[in-house]
Design a protein around this ligand. Structure first.
Ligand SMILES: [Zn+2]
Length: 468
């Protein structure tokens, strides 16, 4: 079961220096630098960059003063010998013990399919979660040295075999990451993609992506950190600044910790910096329970609701719009799957032949402005429709509104302490009715709440209505 796949890397230094490009407007090229040392941060990095700081900032899509501010406030932001920026994420969660270990999630797919999971098969962009171990060669992580043997994911001390519990954990990790990337036209997969699906051969190549290798840091990367990743590697030509690395041994092999680290490191590959606050490079979040919130590019280890962000919380030190940055780095949003108005509503599937009928439909809320509108035919009497979110780590705080054909609101649902909800209403007459789903925030945004910005994700609506 535990096949060690060879990680093929075709990057050369020449390719790497072609630099990366956004799909619409290529980012300015990186200057060709040899700074003589690797890993500098803070003032040292600023001194090393010297007159090249503006060009390096431009390549990474930010103003020179912003790069200086980020280097000064965030010691995890490092400079390699070529002047490239990467993150060594040194914020670690407390190690779990037998007493604090999280209960295992239930596998969503047959265990035999664990390395065949795809969130969006056929997408041109891919994030490959590599749990099987890898041989990494010819990349920036090798530093000119020989191949790096990256061990497979392991949670039970036997790295030679994946136990059923480990396969279940891998499925759960994939599912959590897939929810984070659900708004994007990007396939999050555990299956090794065919050659060419990840490597961007040239700027005209539209099929590319990145790999996150989930491994032990021993012999791979010497740091006390949960993961490392280069900024903006996702749409670079060549694979020199890939893969992103996540270290399960620093994260108690825990499903949530590892999943949060994967989404975060892939976010760096998509050119995202950290979401911190006035005192820390990493914002750890606020609130509690199902609506306790944290940004993915801060630290998601301690809260349930972990979303993409544009710095809408008290003390935020980074107001970059995550969705805009990621789209500009090669991750397009998916096309809207359901219309926003009653005129463009999707009819819910209706089944059954008796007095009550079942209605059902699935979708993804993919932007803050997205409203998914559905129609159903029903007779007079009770109609009950509930929303089911991602079972492990939903990003969508959903509001449901049920309306009649004239657009009059008959019922709505937006629980304060949970993300899902349901509407139950006695419909006055037979007819066509409409129910909408949209992502919402929770006030106060600058207190214990959050905006609707990152409140996006997968859902299924289901319920019962009277026969039309
Ligand atoms: Zn980071």
């Amino acid at each position: 079961m535990n096949t060690i796949h060879r990680f093929s890397v075709v990057a050369t230094a020449g390719f790497a220096l072609l630099a990366s490009a956004a799909m619409a407007a290529p980012r300015p090229a990186m200057p060709e630098l040899n700074l003589g040392e690797r890993g500098a941060s803070g003032e040292r990095a600023i001194v090393l960059l010297g007159d090249n700081l503006a060009a390096v900032a431009a390549h990474h899509g930010i103003a020179p003063e912003v790069l200086m501010q980020r280097l000064r406030s965030d010691t995890a932001l490092r400079l390699d010998q070529s002047g490239r920026l990467y993150f060594a994420d040194d914020h670690l969660p407390p190690a779990l013990t037998p007493e604090t270990v999280r209960p295992a999630s239930v596998a969503q797919a047959p265990l035999a399919d664990t390395f065949l999971l795809h969130s969006r098969p056929g997408a041109q962009r891919t994030i490959y979660l590599d749990f099987n171990g890898a041989v990494i060669s010819g990349t920036a992580w090798n530093g000119g040295g020989g191949p790096i043997n990256a061990q497979p994911f392991d949670a039970d001390g036997n790295a030679a075999v994946f136990s059923n519990a480990e396969l279940t954990t891998i499925q759960a990790i994939w599912q959590r990451v897939a929810e984070d990337y659900a708004p994007f036209d990007v396939d999050v997969t555990t299956e090794q993609p065919p050659a060419g699906a990840l490597t961007r051969d040239n700027l005209a190549d539209t099929v590319f992506g990145t790999t996150v290798v989930i491994t032990h840091n021993a012999g791979v990367y010497a740091c006390s950190c949960g993961g490392v990743a280069y900024l903006s590697a996702f749409d670079n030509v060549g694979d020199y600044y890939k893969p992103a690395l996540v270290f399960w041994n620093m994260l108690s092999s825990d499903e949530k910790y590892v999943a949060e680290a994967i989404s975060h490191e892939a976010g760096h590959n998509l050119n995202l910096y950290h979401d911190g606050d006035a005192t820390s490079g990493y914002y750890t979040g606020h609130g509690s329970g199902a609506t306790g919130w944290a940004p993915i590019m801060g630290v998601g280890y301690y809260q349930s609701l972990v979303q993409w962000s544009k710095g809408e919380y008290s003390g935020a030190n980074n107001t970059e719009d995550d969705f805009v940055v990621m789209q500009n780095t090669g991750a397009p949003l998916r096309a809207d799957d359901h219309g926003n108005t009653q005129g463009t509503a999707t009819a819910m599937t209706q089944t059954g032949t008796g007095l009550t009928r079942k209605v059902k439909v699935s979708g993804v809320v993919s932007t803050d402005a997205d409203v998914d509108m559905f129609s159903f035919n029903a007779g007079a009497g009770t109609a009950t429709i509930k929303i089911k979110l991602d079972a492990l780590s939903p990003n969508l705080d959903a509001q449901l509104i049920l309306r009649d054909a004239g657009g009059n609101q008959l019922a709505s649902s937006q629980p304060k302490k949970s993300l899902g909800g349901k509407v139950s209403v006695s419909l006055p007459a037979a007819g066509t009715y409409y129910i909408s789903v949209e992502g919402v925030g929770k006030p106060p945004v600058l207190g214990t709440g959050y905006s609707g910005y990152g409140s996006l994700g997968q859902y299924t609506l289901s319920g019962t209505v009277q026969a039309p």
